[in-house]
Design a protein around this ligand. Structure first.
Ligand SMILES: C[S@@+](CC[C@H](N)C(=O)[O-])C[C@H]1O[C@@H](n2cnc3c(N)ncnc32)[C@H](O)[C@@H]1O
Length: 272
């Protein structure tokens, strides 16, 4: 299910419904890492998606900042989206490249800073991906990973799923230990990073009332969720879930037109 074509096909959905949410946490991760974009330093974004970390870098340091940013993803559709945005918005030092995080064709010790936002927990062999990130970082360089700790959306999805399948809540979270900050730190330590540090970054995932139906329709199409929560759902159950989910979200909106799902990300940073 964690297939590059599925993610490429999901690019439009991702840009519409996920990008602005993950951007909040990419900004938090960039600040926590202490990474600067200057003096031609080289920054790698692993599993860039539609470019939340690239956008965070550009918004913080400017579209013509003096850093070489390489945005990589195993899904060509995602890489194309970042390159299109870079061209349209004059992000002159941003390039894209298709790369699998578990087996990158990039040279050893070639990036001052590496980021991986909301992906390591989806990868079949996360230890291999971490060792690849360590390999391509320069000695003294940093690698920063972001995973979900808690999403305000998730309890709502669990409630709608429980109503659909008459299961006792909560439906198990797909990302196993990665929801725990200490687990993330242990994984970086085991991979050989030093000075591993971590923080919880809180934020809001925005949604407008008018977008609720389309947003709910997009959830089961997300390849990460398809492989997780929805893997045991029939088509009929997915349709039933959507009805429950729209109601659960509407209840929490109250009379507001715009809503923010409260969420927390784990941000961990290690030095090579
Ligand atoms: C949840 S999205 C996160 C995207 C982006 N970093 C963000 O924060 O919005 C996960 C991304 O990981 C990519 N991905 C999944 N497995 C990968 C792998 N083995 N190598 C590289 N990219 C991968 C997917 O194509 C997708 O773009």
């Amino acid at each position: 299910m964690n297939d590059p074509d599925n993610w490429s096909d999901n690019m439009d959905d991702y840009l519409t419904f996920a990008h602005n949410g993950t951007l909040v946490f990419a900004k938090g991760a960039l600040d926590f890492s202490g990474v600067e974009a200057k003096n031609g330093n080289k920054i790698l974004d692993v599993a860039c998606g539609t470019g939340s970390m690239v956008q965070a870098i550009i918004e913080k340091f400017g579209p013509q900042c003096d850093a070489q940013v390489l945005a990589t993803d195993f899904a060509k559709g995602m890489v194309d989206a970042v390159e299109k945005r870079a061209k349209a918005d004059g992000w002159i030092n941003v390039k894209g490249q298709v790369q699998n995080a578990m087996d990158m064709t990039l040279p050893d010790s070639s990036f001052d800073a590496v980021f991986c936002v909301f992906c390591v927990m989806l990868i079949p062999d996360p230890a291999k991906a971490l060792s690849e990130m360590l390999r391509v970082a320069v000695p003294g360089g940093t690698v920063t990973c972001v995973t979900w700790n808690a999403q305000g959306l998730l309890p709502m999805m669990q409630k709608a799923a429980s109503l659909t399948k008459n299961l006792p809540a909560p439906v198990p979270f797909a990302f196993k230990g990665w929801a725990d900050l200490d687990f993330n730190k242990e994984q970086l330590q085991a991979a050989g990073f030093r000075e591993v540090r971590g923080v919880h970054v809180p934020g809001l995932l925005p949604l407008a009332r008018k977008d609720i139906p389309e947003f709910v329709d997009s959830l089961p199409r997300n390849p990460g969720m398809k492989a997780g929560m929805f893997s045991s759902f029939t088509e009929e159950e997915i349709n039933t879930f959507k009805g429950h989910m729209r109601n659960v979200i509407l209840e929490s909106f109250g009379d507001k037109e715009h809503y923010g799902f409260e969420a927390v990300a784990n941000v961990v940073c290690g030095t090579k």
